[in-house]
Every structure is written in structure tokens, then in C-alpha cells.
Design a protein around this ligand. Structure first.
Ligand code: AMP
Ligand code: MN
Ligand code: MN
Ligand code: MN
Length: 285
């Protein structure tokens, strides 16, 4: 078991717990180093850092930025970013701006399928109105009996070809990496095993093109052990990390009790061939 968890969400984005409670839970589950990586927002970091230090955890400032690359939505995690950096703040603000209108369109799409009241219903679950997103709609759909849990919502709703799906233009990859590295952070490709082309996993050729471009633009890490990867995928992405000279990261991607693949902290070790991402900042301090 690793004592690093470098990917999780508070209710500043689409997690269920406020940053302070999330840190207390992590400490209680044996985490020694934690990064909070809310979607497109860093306003939970100060509170989380304070509580983490009260519980003797090392705290890493993080964020998970939504990106559109070709036809794909990707998530780029920034670790060790500087939350006071103006360009990063402005960049994240610009990414957040699109979410309100997207939510309206999602609600209209659900209404056309006979599901009314989704906009209001989703906002009820969003502690931070600026990060309204699919998870909040998913909670609304579960609450109203349209699915048994959040995970199964994403089989019948909110994904391509299903009610509630709205295509969206997020940040471009270059900008997202520049915001992260420009603030002193390290850019990490999040959960690479989750990206798809239609219903199929992203093809190897496309993935290689993505990784080459990511490295070229200054990306330095890839998540190898993450809540949604299988053990086979740990091995697969450890190989890609080695091939592309990337540091390997690990994180639960925890969103809330009972809602996630994995709880905080409980992660298998990185494969032996990996260079753990924390070496990237331990050696510079
Ligand atoms: P958004 O940024 O609004 O498009 O929402 C993306 C979020 O939806 C992700 O960060 C996850 O929290 C959630 N999500 C996407 N796909 C799934 C899935 N298959 N199962 C559970 N949650 C998902
Ligand atoms: Mn999420
Ligand atoms: Mn993600
Ligand atoms: Mn995440």
C-alpha cells in the first residue's frame, strides 16, 4: 500500500466532502502525502493544506484541468502548482466559464427525454456553482430513480449518444500544460486508461501521438495506478511511462464515500520499473 494519494476531489468540484473533511478522512486511512486535485478550481487548497498539516500529512497543491484534444476530452493533473499564480488562476477561470451554459444545454437535452427539473436539481448538489458538471447531474438522476448509482448513470445518460450529453470545448492541451508548468507545477496525464474513441478504448496509435505531443509540450507524468485502472492497465501504462520517459503517478480519484472505484489511500504499489512522480519534486527541494 502506498502512502501517497495524488488525485482526489472535494466539494469545491464534484466530490462530496468539503476539503477539511476530505483531509481528515485521508489521514484516518493512513495517507502520508496527499494532493487535492479538484476539477478546474484551486479554491479548496488553502483549507486542505491547513488541515493536512494539522494531521501530519505532506500536502501537494493540485488541480485537474479539463482539456479538449482532437475529439477527446482529457484530464491533465497539475501537481505542485502555485495557487497564487495569476495566469493559472485566469486560465482556470476561463475553463469554468463554459460550465454554466453547458449545464443549461444538458438540462434541455434531458427535458427532451422527459426528465424535467434537471438544472435546478443538479445545482442543488453543487457546493461550488462554478463547477457544475456531469457528476451533479448524475446525483440528481439517481435521486430521481433514473439510475441505481452514479456510475450507472454514465451508461445511459450524459455520454455521447445518450440523453443529457452536450459536446463541449474545454481548454487546449498547450494552454493547460503551460498554466501548470508556468506556476512551477508538473503536468500529469490523468487516468489514461479511461479515454475512448466512441465506445472503444483510445487506439494505441492515437495514445502514442498524444503522449509524444504531451511530452513535447512539457508534460512530465502519467497516472499508472489510479482508481479506475485494472492491474493489467497498471502494467500497460508503466510501460508507456518508461517508453516516454514519464514519471509515474498514483491516486485514488476519490469523489465520495460509496461513489468511487477506490477510497482514499488504498492503492497498490507502482510497478517496479516506474519512477515515482514524487522524485520529481523531492530532488529539487
Ligand atoms: P464533467 O467535467 O462535468 O464532464 O464531469 C466529469 C466527471 O464525471 C468525472 O470527473 C467523473 O467524476 C464523472 N464521471 C465521468 N464518467 C464517469 C463514469 N463512467 N463513472 C463515474 N463517474 C464518471
Ligand atoms: Mn470528477
Ligand atoms: Mn478525471
Ligand atoms: Mn479526478
Amino acid at each position: 500500500m502506498l502512502d501517497y494519494d495524488l488525485h482526489c476531489h472535494s466539494n469545491v468540484s464534484d466530490g462530496l466532502l468539503p476539503p477539511a473533511e476530505l483531509m481528515v478522512r485521508a489521514a484516518g486511512r493512513g495517507v502520508k502525502y496527499i494532493a487535492l486535485t479538484d476539477h478546474d478550481d484551486i479554491r479548496g487548497l488553502a483549507e486542505a493544506a491547513k488541515v493536512a498539516s494539522e494531521h501530519d500529512m505532506g500536502f501537494i497543491n493540485g488541480v485537474e484541468i479539463s482539456v479538449t484534444w482532437r475529439s477527446h476530452t482529457l484530464h491533465i493533473v497539475g501537481l505542485n502548482i502555485d495557487p497564487a499564480n495569476a495566469a493559472l488562476q485566469a486560465g482556470l477561470h476561463s475553463v469554468r466559464e463554459g460550465r454554466g451554459n453547458r449545464a443549461m444545454l444538458m438540462s434541455e437535452s434531458l427535458a427532451r427525454s422527459g426528465i424535467g427539473g434537471a438544472l435546478e436539481g443538479a445545482y442543488k448538489f453543487a457546493a461550488n456553482k462554478e463547477i457544475i458538471g456531469r457528476t451533479h447531474f448524475a446525483r440528481f438522476l439517481v435521486e430521481n430513480g433514473h439510475a441505481k448509482d452514479v456510475r450507472s448513470v454514465f451508461k445511459n445518460f450524459l455520454v455521447k449518444g445518450k440523453p443529457g450529453f452536450v459536446p463541449h470545448q474545454w481548454a487546449n492541451l498547450t494552454d493547460a500544460i503551460n498554466w501548470i508548468t508556468g506556476s512551477g507545477g508538473i503536468a500529469v496525464l490523468a487516468h489514461p486508461g479511461r479515454y475512448t474513441s466512441g465506445k472503444k478504448p483510445m487506439g494505441r496509435k492515437t495514445l502514442r501521438e498524444l503522449l509524444a505531443e504531451f511530452v513535447e509540450l512539457g508534460g512530465r507524468g502519467i497516472e499508472v495506478v489510479t482508481g479506475s485502472h485494472t492491474p493489467e492497465q497498471y502494467a500497460e501504462f508503466a510501460h508507456y511511462a518508461t517508453e516516454f520517459g514519464l514519471f509515474a503517478s498514483c491516486g485514488s480519484d476519490f469523489h465520495g464515500p460509496g461513489e468511487s472505484y477506490r477510497d482514499l489511500g488504498r492503492l497498490p504499489d507502482l510497478p517496479l520499473e516506474c519512477r515515482p512522480i514524487w522524485q520529481a519534486w523531492e530532488t529539487t527541494h
